[in-house]
Design a binder for this molecule. Structure first.
Ligand code: GUN
Length: 284
């Protein structure tokens, strides 16, 4: 079994981003990411802090907009419009989930698709589904980078994605499909889940249920990607995969922590860099 070291690969991606941002700076472009956080959600605050810190380490300027829980939809829309028209801003990230009184889709559709470094805008979703160049959500993009780094060939493989979220499951399935895998998306209403997982060469678990995927649900030699980050009552972090059981049976596996998690931020930085490079090419 090979342990997929996302922490190490994320360092490599960040180093690459750092080198390229310093090249861009010499040409007068400072890659800039606007991060918008609404409310006091503790997990979101932690994620946003990590994103800001990672930006700083890679030479990306981060602009933080921390808005109160009772910010109105109109106020948030106004901020997005301002960031859309700010020529110095390359990427706009609105941390999800938003408070319940705000309609997430109405907000996401206002973000300029060319600054949508999260890849959540319907235009970018549509481009991904059509196999066109687009911004791609950072977590599934990070998984694709891990496949590449470990020379994992996806062509003709049976891939099963567990979970159908807009952030992970659906874009993951489309990326795998674009890479010529045969893809099944399973979810909470899927009957006889094991039937699918037992036949899978690759399983991506993204459901948010601690240690959900057990060894008897997996075939020998499968490749296991664990997107889950679940905190147990004792404070420890575990994935959606029962790591101790499944590691004995699979050929590759991502640990939690240190697998997919660190890749999400690395790909966000990379997407921001891509946007800044496009700004430079427009400027020339
Ligand atoms: N909340 C959980 N994951 C993400 C993400 O990748 N981007 C944003 N904006 N919010 C999230």
């Amino acid at each position: 079994m090979t342990l997929i070291d996302g922490k190490n690969i994320s360092k490599k991606v960040k180093e690459e981003v750092k080198n390229e941002t310093s090249n861009l700076k010499e040409k007068g472009i400072i890659p800039t990411l606007a991060v918008v956080l609404v409310g006091e959600d503790k997990a979101s605050q932690t994620y946003v802090r990590s994103k800001e810190k990672a930006c700083e380490l890679c030479g990306i300027k981060s602009l933080a907009f921390k808005l109160s829980q009772n910010t109105t939809q109109d106020e948030l829309l106004k901020l997005i419009k301002k960031l859309n028209s700010d020529k110095e801003v390359d990427g706009i990230l609105v941390q999800l989930p938003l408070p319940k009184h705000i309609n997430t889709n109405d907000i996401l559709k206002e973000i300029d698709p060319d600054k949508d470094v999260d890849g959540f805008h319907a235009i970018n979703v549509g481009k991904l589904v059509s196999g066109l160049d687009s911004f791609v959500p950072c977590t599934p993009l990070g998984v694709m980078r891990l496949f590449k780094e470990y020379d994992i060939d996806l062509n003709g493989k049976n891939a099963v994605v567990i979970g159908r979220s807009n952030i992970v499951g659906k874009p993951m399935a489309n990326l795998l499909l674009n890479a010529n895998a045969t893809v099944t998306i399973t979810h909470s209403k899927t009957k006889n889940l094991e039937h699918f997982t037992k036949n899978a060469d690759i399983i991506v678990a993204a459901i948010g249920k601690p240690k959900f995927l057990k060894a008897d649900m997996v075939k020998d030699g499968a490749i296991i990607i664990d997107v889950g980050i679940n905190r147990l009552d004792d404070g420890s972090l575990v994935g959606d995969v029962d790591f101790e059981e499944v590691k004995e049976k699979c050929s590759f596996i991502t640990p939690v922590p240190g697998g997919v998690g660190p890749m999400t931020i690395a790909m966000l930085l990379n997407n921001t860099l891509i946007s800044a490079k496009k700004r430079k090419s427009k400027k020339n």
